[in-house]
Design a protein around this ligand. Structure first.
Ligand code: URA
Length: 423
């Protein structure tokens, strides 16, 4: 078999055989298929698509490219959640300890942010001392002692995806449902969780801008998980406006701790509790009330144990940006729109995001929102606070926000927080 034959088959709109897929993924992982050949194939897949059988074969081949984790020695069910990413999406931080407090083990492999969406590991790294890289033994120890662990995937997990994702990132081939679904699910299945809840975001701040494409992605991922023996369910949730009131690493950790202390913004609390219920159901745990575990402090106890077990100090002061700037409401009325992408881009330009994988992030940078769509506002009151390490960053952040919010007489229609549930 050779790479050109496989590329031509997909370029001409054909269906790849299982043998072709197994061969190309294996040869690419070993370096026998060159990056330029794989990027041509990725582009052909983006343009011509793949059917469900091809996507399943592609996913399985990427899983087989590396190790599979196994939590069967644990005495409680495992549950995981994956979000396709958004602006202000800090849900993993309160959710993982909450679900652990309700009786599941939560082994959560997470990623870093790229572009305008934030990554869970970057957020947690704003806690002094906290470590994202753990060996499998360390992961197991944290799981056993705290109930939940959030860390980076080791290099041995789905290495084909690691190579391919980096390649897609620089060849305009990220936005392909077969490639996104297989990328996410190969890592989640290889991670060895017994059950998985997917949070598929929809709107300007998400990968999927429309409910139709989000539904297709959700259905594809649920089918992949179910076929691999992982109890999988997906919620499609709103990302047309930011989630919560904090966007930026340390700012989002603070907001998550508020949620764990029984407070926090209503949308973050609602989505955290809803996803926790879904995770417990998928893990086969009944009779536990996540809202109660937030109110009685048991989720906070797990958070503190989890942070400490990974070297972090849960009582440490979090980094603050040196400079702030207030953006005022331009006129009185109802805040009709606050665009997730505009706020995410502003936070990125303030220093919270990175343009390349190796770039550092500013832990204190970001945006605090003082009003959300639907709120009554008065001209001159603070709409948001921008946080950055240098004042020079404010101008470009303000440009990102231009046209990103509006005040009118009645709210524009917003997506419901939970749009649909896919099983
Ligand atoms: N996240 C992933 O892990 N892979 C993709 O392709 C897109 C988002």
């Amino acid at each position: 078999m050779d790479a050109i034959e496989v590329i031509r088959a997909k370029r001409d709109g054909g269906e790849l055989t299982t043998a072709q897929i197994d061969w190309v993924i294996d040869a690419y992982t070993r370096g026998d298929v060159a990056d330029e050949q794989m990027s041509a194939l990725a582009m052909a897949i983006l343009l011509n698509g793949m059917n469900r059988r091809e996507i399943a074969d592609w996913t399985q081949a990427m899983i087989r490219s590396g190790e599979r984790m196994d939590w069967s020695a644990l005495d409680r069910p495992t549950a995981d959640k994956h979000s396709t990413g958004g602006v202000g999406d800090k849900i993993t931080l309160p959710l993982a300890p909450l679900v652990a407090a309700c009786g599941a083990y939560v082994p959560q492999l997470s990623g870093r942010g790229l572009g305008h969406t934030g990554g869970t590991l970057d957020k947690l790294e704003s806690i002094p001392g906290w470590r994202a890289s753990l060996s499998t033994d360390e992961m197991l120890n944290v799981l056993r002692s705290a109930g939940a662990v959030v860390c980076a995937a080791g290099t041995g997990l789905a290495p084909a995806d690691k190579k391919l994702y980096a390649l897609r990132d620089v060849t305009g081939t990220v936005e392909s449902i077969p490639l996104i679904a297989s990328s996410i699910m190969s890592k989640k299945i290889a991670e060895g969780t017994g059950s998985l809840v997917l949070d598929v975001k929809v709107g300007s701040g998400a990968f999927m801008k429309t409910t139709e494409t989000a539904r297709e992605l959700a259905e594809t991922m649920v089918a992949l998980g179910t076929d691999a023996g992982v109890r999988t369910v997906a919620l499609m949730t709103a990302m047309d406006r930011p989630l919560g009131r904090a966007v930026g690493h340390a700012l989002e950790v603070e907001e998550s701790v508020e949620v764990l202390a029984g407070g926090g913004p209503a949308d973050v609390v609602e989505l955290t509790v809803r996803l926790a219920r879904e995770m417990l159901e998928a893990a086969g745990i009944s009779g536990k009330d996540p809202a109660k575990a937030l109110a009685d402090g048991s989720a906070m106890d797990v958070w503190r144990r989890m942070v400490s077990a990974q070297g972090g100090d849960p009582d440490a002061l979090l980094p603050r940006a040196a400079e702030t700037m207030t953006v005022e409401v331009p006129s009185s009325g109802v805040l009709t729109r606050l665009d997730a992408y505009a706020v995410g881009l502003a936070a990125w330009r303030l220093g919270a995001g990175r343009a390349r994988k190796e770039d550092p992030v500013s832990f204190g940078a970001g945006v605090t929102l003082h009003a959300k769509p639907g709120d009554l506002v008065r001209a001159g009151q603070p709409l948001m606070t921008l946080h950055a390490d240098e004042t020079a960053r404010f101008e470009r952040a303000l440009e990102a926000l231009e046209g990103g919010y509006a005040v009118g007489v009645a709210s524009e229609e917003q997506l419901p927080l939970v749009i649909d549930r896919i099983t």
